[in-house]
Unconditional design. Structure first.
Length: 214
């Protein structure tokens, strides 16, 4: 199997207009991945499957990741007037880096099989934010095995896969309004299927009730 860098070069040669970049993994496994812009994802995925050298015809796993916004502290050099003279000084500034949701696909070649060990090839897509721009194109038309897994990502993380053939909840009930795998998800005091709270659920319900009364 080609390295992630070599696969990126192949994509850039075949689809020069596509926006794809290498995401390096600094851990010992060095499992680098390819980040593709949503607008180019279906074209890139189709190339990865159709290219005879790659033949990435099997999506073994698709999952979601929630990346909340975070505050970044960094040092910058600015020009200030000190004692009547311009001087470059270093200041500490803070900025908020917006959060986003991510869909990650692990790809293998069943065609090449054991003759071409390696992988998986990891393909990523990111939403614009975590609130009102959470759409990504479905890759189910390219890899049918992604169908149920994209439904799970939709259910638990809230990514809306446009072009999915049957996008609906797969674990939570239809009336459920939140996404349990979001990092800011808060467990309810009780559950519809558990009308009599007990143990930790009971303790949480009592604390919440006390707070409401107060």
């Amino acid at each position: 199997m080609k390295t992630a860098q070599e696969i990126l070069a192949s994509i850039q040669s075949a689809l020069p207009e596509a926006s794809v970049e290498l995401v390096l993994n600094p851990s010992p496994c060095a499992q680098h991945s390819l980040l593709v812009a949503a607008k180019d994802a279906v074209a890139v995925a189709s190339f990865l499957r159709a290219d005879p050298e790659l033949a990435l015809d099997f999506c073994s796993n698709a999952t979601g990741v929630d990346w909340p916004g975070k505050e970044i502290t960094e040092k910058v050099k600015v020009t200030k007037v000190v004692d009547g003279a311009e001087t470059i000084v270093e200041e500490t500034v803070k900025r908020v880096e917006p959060g986003y949701l991510e869909a990650v696909y692990h790809l293998f070649s069943m065609k090449h099989g054991p003759k071409d060990p390696g992988g998986p090839v990891v393909l990523r897509m990111r939403t614009v934010n975590r609130t009102d721009q959470v759409e990504l194109p479905s890759l189910t038309p390219v890899w049918r095995s992604a169908e149920f897994q994209e439904r799970e990502i939709f259910d638990l993380f809230g990514i809306v896969f446009t072009g999915h053939p049957d996008l609906r909840r797969i674990l939570m009930w239809d009336e459920f309004e939140d996404h349990p795998m979001r990092r800011d998800y808060v467990d309810p005091d009780d559950y519809e299927y558990e009308p009599t709270p007990h143990d930790e659920v009971l303790k949480r319900a009592e604390e919440h009730k006390a707070g409401v009364v107060a």
